[in-house]
Design a protein around this ligand. Sequence first.
Ligand SMILES: Nc1ncnc2c1ncn2[C@@H]1O[C@H](COP(=O)(O)OP(=O)(O)OP(=O)(O)O)[C@@H](O)[C@H]1O
Ligand SMILES: [Mg+2]
Length: 236
Amino acid sequence: MGSPNSGKTSLATKLAQFIYDNKSATVLILSTDYETPTLPVIFPNKKADELFSVGVPLSKTDILQSEVLKSFVTVKGKMNFGFLGYMDGENKFTYPSYDIKKAKALLTVLMGLVDFVIVDCTSSLDNLLSEEAVVMADTVIRLATPDIKSISYFSSQLPLYVDPKYKTEQLIVVLNTIEKELFLPIEEAKAHFKDIAFTLPYCRTLREQSIDGNLLKAITNKKYVKTLKLIAEKVV
Ligand SMILES: Nc1ncnc2c1ncn2[C@@H]1O[C@H](COP(=O)(O)OP(=O)(O)OP(=O)(O)O)[C@@H](O)[C@H]1O
Ligand SMILES: [Mg+2]
């Protein structure tokens, strides 16, 4: 979870790939965003008959494992790596609304199916899948960026997480450097957020991959991969 545009989708994708490649585990990314659906961003070249929406199992009376499995989008050459999210053109009103019980049921089914469920949350807790993921997660990665907007986001939103149900076993706060051209007040942001465990460096390839829809391609930036590895080791 984290502030808008802080790198949640990019980090979720890279972390999932890293865990899949290095831990020989079954991994699923669940993207909860129905305002900017993630499937068209991650799989811009997939044909319509290769894409499925998480909205379908969520709209059934009960969350059925068979329906959930049918909705996984897979990556060629990567067995046991799946993606679950919303498709191009979909929005909040494409499917009947679901409640928090259904969100919980879906996450429970996913946890039974794969070793690692990595949830790419929305910034807003209004999205019930995001809210329940934060409640159920073993580890929450909280992403911030070193700017006044991210500070304002957390000042507004963190009070919403004081309920004990949001108490996670492990919270990892990450500062993400999403800008290179401008001076970024990294030290000031660290002092402000206090509990930063990692600072993800700027990675030009990642930026390019996001623009071109190539987030599933590898990254070789040593500094970025080094920090990603440290985060992955904490999570695993
Ligand atoms: N470490 C990084 N280095 C360079 N660019 C980055 C880095 N992390 C993220 N970005 C870029 O920042 C932009 C926002 O990233 P991303 O879409 O992952 O954020 P998000 O938090 O998922 O956004 P949203 O709130 O819209 O869901 C993208 O263009 C991405 O490539
Ligand atoms: Mg996103």
